[in-house]
Design a protein around this ligand. Structure first.
Ligand SMILES: *Cc1c(COP(=O)(O)O)cnc(C)c1O
Length: 393
């Protein structure tokens, strides 16, 4: 009887929560989306051109990556079978970690199960209750989770606001043992870049460590080396994390840093130690992706070129990355705009709170090297005619 009673209250709780969210138009749904090729999908029986994927280089369907995944699977199996510290470190890991360190210009690198696992484990492995964690207000959710797990003090600085960051450090730095500044290199929902060179200077002057989340930088910014490489400069970022699941096309996360930091993470980071190593196919895919990025700098530049073409056509601020937000504000209006584009054959997923701040619901449009210019132009034309006109009314 007890069990039945408990289950009933659990289901009632879940149902009530869902209804509350439904009322506010904040309930989310998982929709099966069948990929046909690098840019086309089938969704709700409709063929759509996908402008919502983070597969910026069209690697998801690249023959060289598929081949690498199949060969690795044939050789080493479908899974790694254990955590990295037990028997899960198959030979491909060393090669990938060396390659990541090389492209990011660091001594060493460590690969995790995902970007989310990297951030949620890495920050608490470095920071503790006596420490201060400074986070950009628009940084990714898993950074906030990692910061919370440290048990330390968290301060949020206004988005890309250097004077606010400096002010917080002036006021609080001396009360803490260590301080870390954490920011996205490329902001995932806004597409703008962090002023990394200036943040690095501030970090140095307050003896603070700097960590960038470059999930949307590797493969598409700085000739594919990421947001620490801007205008031909190699910026001083001692902790560069990122994901293998966006431009790299597969799955996994990583941190690039100095030898002692990476060795410490391999010894102490819980999301590294207590989680199974990536399957051989994922590791081999990432190596093949880095081969393509390093051998073809024009490829890495292509998604941003298309994003700039799009922002030029709509007189929007010039794109800084392959992510372009079209902020419509109201959630319902944004959902309607997404539906309209879907009717016209384009998949642009509406993004709403709490993923973005209240009142800034938006269409988040992402560009891939695999998009054709005609597809970009058509999308711009529809948005100009049907959405921007609407919003002027
Ligand atoms: C996607 C994303 C992550 C998480 O990476 P996964 O590999 O998908 O878990 C972390 N940070 C940012 C900024 C992201 O956009």
């Amino acid at each position: 009887m007890d069990i039945i009673y408990a289950t009933t209250s659990l289901n009632t709780f879940a149902q009530r929560k869902l209804s509350e969210l439904e009322k506010k138009n904040l309930r989310r749904h998982v929709t099966v989306t069948k990929p046909l090729n690098a840019v086309e999908v089938i969704r709700d029986n409709k063929r759509l051109i996908n402008f919502s994927s983070n597969d910026y280089l069209g690697f998801n369907h690249h023959p060289a990556l598929k081949k690498a995944a199949i060969e690795a699977t044939e050789r080493y199996g479908v899974g790694s079978g254990a955590s990295r510290l037990v028997t899960g470190t198959h030979p491909l890991f060393n090669e990938l970690e060396g390659r990541l360190a090389k492209i990011k210009g660091t001594d060493d690198a460590v690969v995790f199960g995902s970007g989310f696992l990297t951030n949620s484990g890495l920050i608490p492995a470095l920071m503790g209750p006596e420490d201060l964690i400074l986070v950009d207000e628009l940084a990714h959710a898993c950074i906030y989770l990692g910061a919370r797990l440290t048990g330390g003090t968290q301060q949020i600085f206004r988005h890309n606001d250097l004077s606010h960051l400096r002010e917080l450090l002036k006021t609080h730095r001396r009360k803490y043992r260590h301080t870390i500044i954490v920011t996205d290199g490329v902001f995932s929902m806004d597409g703008d870049l962090a002023p990394i060179a200036k943040i690095a200077d501030i970090a140095d002057s307050f003896d603070s460590w700097l960590m960038t989340d470059d999930a949307h930088g590797i493969g598409v910014i700085g000739e594919g080396r990421g947001s620490s490489f801007q205008n031909g400069r190699h910026l001083n970022v001692p902790l560069q994390m990122g994901t293998l699941s966006k431009a790299i096309g597969g799955y996994g996360g990583y941190l690039c840093s100095s030898k002692p930091v990476i060795d410490l993470i391999r010894t102490r980071c819980r999301t590294f130690i207590y989680s199974t190593g990536l399957p051989p196919a994922s590791v081999a895919t990432a190596i093949a992706a880095l081969d393509l990025i390093e051998s073809n700098p024009l490829l890495a530049a292509r998604p941003l070129e298309l994003a700039k073409r799009f922002t030029r056509r709509l007189n929007l601020p010039v794109a800084q990355s392959p992510i372009v937000p079209l902020i419509l504000g109201d959630t319902n209006k944004t959902l309607r705009a997404g539906n309209l584009l879907e009717e016209m054959g384009f998949l642009v997923i509406p993004i709403r709170p709490p993923t973005v701040p209240e009142g800034t619901a938006r269409l988040r449009i992402t560009f891939s090297a695999a998009h054709q210019e005609t597809q970009v132009d058509k999308l711009a034309e529809i948005i100009r005619g049907r959405l921007l006109e609407d919003s002027a009314q």
